[in-house]
Design a protein around this ligand. Structure first.
Ligand SMILES: [Zn+2]
Length: 340
């Protein structure tokens, strides 16, 4: 019996002529009634009663056989994920770009997640760290259940920290290819979001006590962005060259050196004709520390604005060279930095 239904569906699905009455009826109802008209109204008020019974039979057959077909084929899996990006799909759905520990970056559909009554929506916000149940779909997999592990509430309520978080997500979206495992990148993002969240929480507490955020706090967050960029580049195979000259391979000394993104890093004074910017001793020192140290062990530097701008310029040059474009978040981060 089931085989009969499946065969019937396949034939019906492959033949546009046999589908046309149903399609036409559904179009008529969609245009003629309220947008949210439930499927049952389509069946209970057909515009053509003579054809209605046959079409209804076909409709039920297609639904039941289709569901059975799906049940037979459908597999699902559980994964934790960080939500990097979302795009609206249709009237109530969303396509989410996720970073997962074992499947890398992937896109899934979250059906109905834009409806106000959606139970999943709160667990699928941008930057949310969630546990998901995902069904294998024909094109994109489908989120069937979502439960947030950490929603980074403090981060979400501080514009500066939230923008920094979005920047990290944008970097990952640009640098990481789909469906490739990147556990190191996943841990880097999760760890950085936790640091941002704690910083945001501390900033909120200080504000509640009447203390305005200090320059040092802002610089620490900016340094975290440089740290993230440095590690991300290394994890994807573009580790900046900071120990020896990127051109002649001579070991770099504690003197003014140079930096050229197109050559992948720092250059010695002998290769100064290839420099695109000078790199001070302190800038090289800080960049080397960022490259080789876990965030928790990085000393509490107090970088002046010029030194930070120098490091930022070198790092952004590298990112721009590898991506062949600027990142959208840069201008917004710059704007917030100026406002501060
Ligand atoms: Zn050199």
């Amino acid at each position: 019996m089931v085989e009969h239904f499946l065969a019937k569906e396949d034939v019906a699905g492959s033949n546009p002529v046999s589908r046309s009455p149903l399609w036409r009826r559904r179009q008529v109802v969609r245009h003629g009634s309220a947008k949210a008209a439930p499927a049952v109204r389509v069946r209970s008020s057909p515009p053509n009663k003579r054809r209605g019974s046959a079409a209804s039979l076909f409709f039920f057959t297609a639904i039941f056989s289709g569901q059975y077909h799906q049940m037979r084929e459908q597999r699902s899996y559980s994964t934790e994920a960080i939500i990097l990006k979302h795009t609206d799909l249709g009237e109530a759905d969303r396509i989410l770009t996720l970073l997962t520990p074992y499947k890398g970056k992937m896109r899934v559909v979250a059906k109905g997640s834009r409806r106000p009554i959606s139970k999943k929506a709160g667990h699928l916000e941008l930057l949310c760290h969630s546990q998901l149940q995902v069904a294998v779909g024909r094109n994109l997999d489908i989120v069937t259940q979502a439960q947030s592990i950490e929603n980074f509430f403090a981060l979400r309520n501080e514009l500066w920290h939230m923008t920094c978080g979005f920047y990290l997500a944008e970097l990952i979206d640009r640098f990481i290819e789909d469906d490739t495992e990147h556990q190191d990148v996943y841990r880097l993002l999760l760890g950085s979001l936790k640091v941002l969240d704690l910083d945001a929480e501390a900033a909120q507490k200080r504000r509640a006590e009447g203390i305005t955020p200090s320059e040092y706090d802002r610089d620490r967050t900016r340094l975290l962005l440089r740290y993230f960029e440095m590690y991300l580049l290394s994890f994807v195979g573009y580790e900046p060259v900071l120990r020896s000259c990127a051109h002649c391979k001579t070991e770099l000394k504690a003197e003014e050196n140079g930096f050229t993104p197109t050559l992948g890093g720092a250059l010695c004074p002998n290769c100064s004709h290839l420099w695109s910017q000078a790199l001070s001793v302190n800038a090289l020192k800080v960049m080397r520390i960022l490259q080789r140290t876990e965030w928790a062990q990085i000393p509490a530097f107090r970088l002046d604005a010029r030194l930070h701008a120098e490091i930022e310029s070198a790092m952004h040059g590298l990112l721009r060279f590898h991506l062949e474009r600027d990142l959208k978040s840069w201008s917004f981060l710059d704007m917030l930095s100026v406002q501060r």
